[in-house]
Each structure stands twice: as structure tokens, then as C-alpha cells.
Design a protein around this ligand. Structure first.
Ligand SMILES: *Cc1c(COP(=O)(O)O)cnc(C)c1O
Length: 357
């Protein structure tokens, strides 16, 4: 990784006027405040060119920008934290870099050299280090994204792309346990589609179903499979876990499930703790049956933004199934506490997940 990094030279243009004094770190609305700088690199004539760090700000685009019309647009989400010594650190950034490149391949977009991505990311986080909040559950949220920039309205893969990383300080995302509706009309992903890809369109299609569920009083939906609506897939934009009896179950990565870094961290942590984990299809009927038998101990979503989003109740076909009080939940509480402690280096990291920025 680092062998090539010496060769990467990133042009740096620092802001003359930091905006950090305008940020009230005790009261941050998720995704509304952006740190001083961004990293940008452009793909032209078949190569990535002109890597630079510059002040965060508007970019100018053509109305015919192909990403806007045909959706060649992918993104990532990860976080930076401060350890006890006040040093900036990242959580499993290489996994986000590799996933972004998998998304790029599926969307006929160019991949980004891992060293260039990592170097831009680390330098940006170092330059905006003071923007990393330190309150429990808070972090500097990092948003890398890539989009097609041809000013051309024909349908074909774009020849030009921009890659940008910006950051926002955030507090914890879902403060309360959520009430979820099992979605049986709309579909998020299907076999052969782009469910496993972090493509913007996956979010676009989720807006209406989520809005309808919220109008009915739910916080989120549980997506089901595209064929029969029989199996659970994800909850909103998080991967799903259920604790049934002594076993923790999460849907297998079959092409419709996003390969969450948090999902994988939870699976590894559970195995490390000697908890039985299964990756497989989960029937809705199985969850309801487990609830009836008193075996449904826990249910939660996992993702970088929320970390662990505990599910308070599941609504399916006219019936609401309440889950045990959150204080009694071994699995989600253990995972939240362990992951939070590892990310901020309050405990040792036996997995090598934490990387210095
Ligand atoms: C990003 C994302 C997740 C969570 O992935 P993490 O790497 O854990 O943040 C889960 N589901 C969907 C649909 C996503 O886009």
C-alpha cells in the first residue's frame, strides 16, 4: 500500500478562512455541516489526473452532465475518529476503497488506484482533523463519491468522471429504537441487479416506499426479496441481524444485499466472542414463529452511519410484533459497545481494523 504513496503528489490549496468556529459540536444536524476541505481527482483521457485538496465548495456542472440523466454515480460512507491521544484514525478504510471499486466495475466506471484513494483520504482527514468530534457516538463522516461528467446525452458509459471526498462532523444517527414495516409491495433489489452496489439509484428508488411507511407511522422499512416477498433483505440502508434463541442470523450476500463493512465487523466480532452466526436466507415466517415462541431476542440494522439501529417492533401484514426492551438485548448492546470502543481505541483491536490517518 504505502510503497507507491511516495510517488503520489497531491496539490494542496488550503482555505484562507476556516469555518470551524461556526460549527456547534454539541448540536450537529446529520449531514448539514461540511468540513473546510475536499479531495478531488478527475478521470480524463483514460487516467486519473490532477489530485488536489481544495476548500469545500460548489462545483460547476453542465446541464447535460451524464450522471444526472443516466445515473452513473456511486458513493461510499466511512468515519474518522480520534483516539485517546487525539490522533485521527479511520475504521477499515481499505474495505470501503475495495467496495467502491467493485461498485465502479458494475457501473462501467473506472476504478480508482487504492493508493491514490487512501492517500487523498488520509491527507484530507489530517488537514481537517480538528473537525473530528469526540463526544460518544460522534465522528467525522466521510463521503467519497464518483460520477460521470461527460456533457453528452447519448446513452453509453461516460468517458470522464470526477471523484470527490468531503467530510461532515456527525453525532449518533438513530437515537431511538425504530419501528419497522415489512415491505411487500416495493422492491429494493433483485438477482442480477445492483443491490450489492453502492449506486445512487438504489437510494432514489427507496424514497417513496420509505415516505409511505413514515406516513403510516413507521420509522423504516424492511425490504423483502423481489420474487415472492418471503425473505427479509435489509432495513432501509442498513444490513439486518436477528437473534433467534442462541443464534444470530443475517441474510447471506447473494447479490441483492449490500456488503456492509459494519455487517462484516459484527459477524467477525460475534465469532470472536463464540456466538453462533449464520449467513443465510431468513423467512419472514421464521421470524414470526420465533416471536410466538419467545425466541426472538434481538433485531437490528447495521451501517456506518447508525452503527447499530435497534428495532423496537416489526409490523407485518396487519400485526405488530414487539421486541424485548433494548436494555435486555445482549447481542446489539455488546456489538455497539465493542465496535464503538474499537473505533475510538478505548479497547484493543484484535482485528487490525483501525488505521492511522
Ligand atoms: C452503505 C449501506 C449499508 C451499510 O454498509 P456499511 O459499510 O456498514 O456502512 C447497508 N445497506 C445499504 C443498502 C447500504 O447502501
Amino acid at each position: 500500500m504505502t510503497q507507491n504513496s511516495m510517488a503520489i503528489s497531491i496539490k494542496i490549496n488550503k482555505t484562507k478562512q476556516s469555518r470551524i468556529h461556526l460549527c456547534d459540536f454539541n448540536n450537529i444536524q446529520f449531514g448539514t455541516i461540511f468540513s473546510d476541505h475536499m479531495f478531488r481527482v478527475d478521470f480524463e483521457n483514460g487516467t486519473w489526473q490532477n489530485p488536489q485538496i481544495l476548500p469545500y465548495g460548489d462545483i460547476s456542472i453542465a446541464p447535460s452532465l451524464s450522471a444526472l440523466h443516466y445515473g452513473q454515480s456511486i458513493f461510499e460512507g466511512m468515519k474518522a475518529f480520534k483516539n485517546q491521544k487525539g490522533e485521527a484514525q479511520l475504521f477499515r478504510p481499505i474495505d470501503n476503497i475495495k467496495r467502491m471499486n467493485r461498485s465502479a466495475v458494475r457501473m462501467a466506471m473506472p476504478t480508482m488506484p487504492e493508493e491514490l484513494f487512501m492517500e487523498g483520504l488520509k491527507q484530507l482527514v489530517q488537514i481537517d482533523k480538528d473537525w473530528i468530534p469526540t463526544k460518544e457516538g460522534s465522528a467525522l463522516y466521510i463521503r467519497p463519491f464518483m460520477f460521470a461528467t461527460d456533457d453528452f446525452v447519448g446513452v453509453r458509459p461516460s468517458k470522464n468522471f470526477s471523484f470527490i471526498i468531503f467530510c461532515c462532523p456527525v453525532n449518533s444517527y438513530y437515537p431511538k429504537p425504530i419501528n419497522v414495516l415489512v415491505e411487500q409491495k416495493y422492491v429494493r433489489a433483485f438477482e442480477g441487479g445492483v443491490g450489492a452496489t453502492k449506486v445512487s439509484g438504489n437510494y432514489g428508488l427507496s424514497m417513496l416506499p420509505t415516505q409511505e411507511a413514515q406516513q403510516k407511522g413507521f420509522d423504516q422499512i424492511i425490504w423483502t426479496d423481489g420474487k415472492e416477498h418471503n425473505y427479509v433483505e435489509e432495513s432501509g440502508t442498513t444490513n439486518l441481524f436477528f437473534a433467534i434463541g442462541d443464534t444470530v442470523i443475517t441474510p447471506a450476500l447473494d447479490g441483492t444485499i449490500l456488503e456492509g463493512v459494519t455487517r462484516d465487523s459484527c459477524i467477525q466480532l460475534l465469532k470472536h466472542k463464540g456466538v453462533k452466526v449464520e449467513e443465510r436466507k431468513i423467512w419472514i415466517a421464521e421470524i414470526i414463529d420465533a416471536h410466538a415462541k419467545g425466541l426472538l431476542k434481538d433485531a437490528f440494522g447495521t451501517g456506518t452511519a447508525a452503527l447499530i439501529a435497534k428495532i423496537a417492533s416489526i409490523h407485518f401484514s396487519g400485526t405488530t410484533y414487539e421486541l424485548p426492551p433494548v436494555e435486555e438485548r445482549f447481542v446489539s448492546n455488546m456489538l455497539y459497545n465493542e465496535l464503538e470502543a474499537i473505533r475510538t481505541s478505548q479497547t484493543e483491536d484484535p482485528f487490525g481494523w483501525v488505521v492511522k490517518a
